[in-house]
Design a protein around this ligand. Sequence first.
Ligand code: PRP
Ligand code: URA
Length: 209
Amino acid sequence: MAQFFLFDHPLIQHKISILRDKNTSTKEFRELVHEISMLMAYEVTRDLPLTEKVIETPVATTTAKVLAGKKVALVPILRAGLGMVDGMLAIIPSAKVGHIGLYRDPNTLKPVEYYCKLPEDITEREVIVLDPMLATGGSSSAAIQFLKDRGIKNIKFVCLISAPEGIERLQNDHPDVPVFCAAKDERLNDHAYIIPGLGDAGDRLFGTN
Ligand code: PRP
Ligand code: URA
């Protein structure tokens, strides 16, 4: 069974509530996704390995902890995952960024791939896949499979809002991939939208309809 982390931090919960509100503007929505991603990055990177290094402070020599050089790559699922990249990069500035383009066909609800560009050394990196919405789990499961097919082993998935159906799908398809999310909602509706959710994340981020 994959590890599942639900963020109950009051700042995150407060910001998620504003995000859900249909009267929140595109500008504010984008800023909130940025801020929540930043807050989540802190916890998502909790297990990055440390090593020790001798440094000189102005008054003494000491052994200090520094990141062990394990490298990170962020992989947003286009489009909506793009909204989470800058917040994550604010905390992990040396991460490289790959992109996977998938859209959910409105008739079949199945993911269709249209773009992929990944850092050359991605197999040596810890990969954090980003998408604000985990609904049926079709898009995230396909993106993760796509990365695994390219030899990537160390993968985490980070979303803002999840549905029980999507969590179950990811846990079945990718039990080795930890899932981090800010809210677990009630269910999907007949069009596979998350209820209560926040609507279409891509449209709300980019002001499209
Ligand atoms: C949304 C969202 C996820 C997907 C989630 O993208 O950003 O990628 O739907 O649904 P699923 O779990 O049922 O696959 P969408 O297909 O609307 O594309 P967009 O980001 O380009 O708007
Ligand atoms: N994609 C979205 O953007 N929102 C949902 O509720 C489900 C899929």
